[in-house]
Design a binder for this molecule. Sequence first.
Ligand SMILES: [Ca+2]
Ligand SMILES: [Ca+2]
Length: 152
Amino acid sequence: MNGEKNYFGLFFVILAILQTASGHNCYHGWAPYKSHCYYLSTTEVTLKEALEACYNMRADLLEVKDRMEERWLELQFKIRGYVHGVWLGYSDLLQENQFLTISNAEPLNYKHWNSGEPSNTNGREHCVGYSMGTKNWNDCYCTGKLNYVCKK
Ligand SMILES: [Ca+2]
Ligand SMILES: [Ca+2]
């Protein structure tokens, strides 16, 4: 009986060592960065489709924490050949020009708007995309199509 218990304990010790050695617990196909896992899309979709895809994978649409994380993401976008941009999990649909996180409706801690943005062009730009061209953020139509990242 005791021996069986010890083997069981040993199993978990080995598991813990393996996890520490690999440094993360991300599923296959998800990229690890610090304590998070990222699914980077291979197609461009609308914001609604991106939200649904992340929800189905029990993750949030990308919210960028700081410049360091954004730099890492920029490299991932480049490597994958993203052309236009990437959806960010923010919107000002609730109140114009008050951008909140879609996951928790909280104000943004980190922002990286392009100069002159958010512009709310035609009074209809209520979603946010990272632009591959300018390497920063722009408010845009929610019905456009961009790549997306799910984060958990
Ligand atoms: Ca707006
Ligand atoms: Ca804009």
